[in-house]
Design a protein around this ligand. Structure first.
Ligand code: SF4
Ligand code: FES
Length: 271
């Protein structure tokens, strides 16, 4: 039912106007990392097109809790597209049919009567914790391997003491918008983490502050992503197409350029 100046608006025969969508959800349920999972079918009704996808899952979970069933586990935090915690495969697409995060995907992207498949990220380096929640600590370990700069302590330097060309500042900023969601890995047929690693290498490698560790950074981060079991990059481009922040394939070219230069200069990964 919707409200007008004259009060509630009704359908043709006086019945309340129906706005919400009725949907069939087929959701991956898996009790734990070592337990076999399966798709389970649920129905949700009267879903507002203005809800986010996660709010729609909240509705389902309230329904499950009221029935005494186990709610569906999924990751989320900010629900504003900035933390990178959310992320599921929706109808086989990382974060669903729009190039955005799952928390920013609205139900208006679907139609009344749709059947929607919801699965966790599928990559051996991102093992399932429960249902739709996966363990993405492999990304943290790639950052620990080199995604930092050494910061001298002492008085803060004058803000304009280190000039940065505008183009470099803009490109570094674009790369820094990577939120570590993992959609690039989930979308890649090789489950490669190259776009994520390249975003971090590019962000720091373009700035003066990132120069002291530049060679060690790239060799150690690439070695760590291999150790974690991510696949190799074959330049397919699904990663960039699925990335909610539009991180470009150019960052991968920069990483490869930095990697070759570092290896030629004698940099080798820590064992
Ligand atoms: S590169 Fe894009 S898709 Fe990959 S982790 Fe960063 S924001 Fe997510
Ligand atoms: S919940 Fe933070 S990006 Fe989606």
């Amino acid at each position: 039912m919707t409200l007008t100046q004259d009060g509630p608006r009704s359908g043709a025969a006086g019945a309340p106007e129906k706005r919400g969508m009725n949907l069939t959800l087929r959701i991956w349920r898996q009790q734990g990392p070592t337990v076999k999972g399966k798709m389970v079918t649920y129905k949700v009704t009267d879903i507002s097109p203005d809800m986010s996808f996660l709010e729609m899952l909240d509705v389902l979970n309230e329904q499950l809790i009221l029935q005494g069933d186990d709610p569906v586990a999924f990751d989320h935090d900010c629900r504003e597209g900035i933390c990178g915690m959310c992320g599921v495969m929706i109808n086989g697409m990382a974060h669903g049919p729009q190039q955005t995060t799952t928390c920013q995907l609205h139900m208006r992207s679907f139609k009344d009567g749709d059947t929607i498949d919801v699965e966790p990220w599928r990559a051996s380096a991102f093992p399932v914790v429960k249902d739709l929640a996966v363990d993405r600590r492999a990304f943290d370990r790639i950052i620990q391997a080199g995604g930092y700069i050494s910061v001298p302590t002492g008085t803060a330097p004058e803000a304009h003491a280190t000039p940065v060309p505008k183009k470099d500042a803009d490109n570094a900023f674009d790369a820094a918008t990577c939120i570590g969601c993992g959609a690039c890995v989930a979308a890649c047929p090789n489950a490669s983490s190259m776009l994520f690693t390249a975003a971090k290498v590019t962000h720091l490698g373009l700035l003066p502050q990132g120069q002291p560790e530049r060679d060690d950074r790239v060799v150690n981060m690439v070695a760590q992503q291999d150790r974690e079991g991510f696949g190799g990059c074959t330049n397919i481009g699904e990663c960039s197409a699925a990335c909610p922040k539009g991180i470009s394939m150019e960052t991968i070219s920069r990483l490869n350029h930095d990697l070759l230069g570092a290896l030629r200069a004698g940099a080798r990964p820590k064992s």
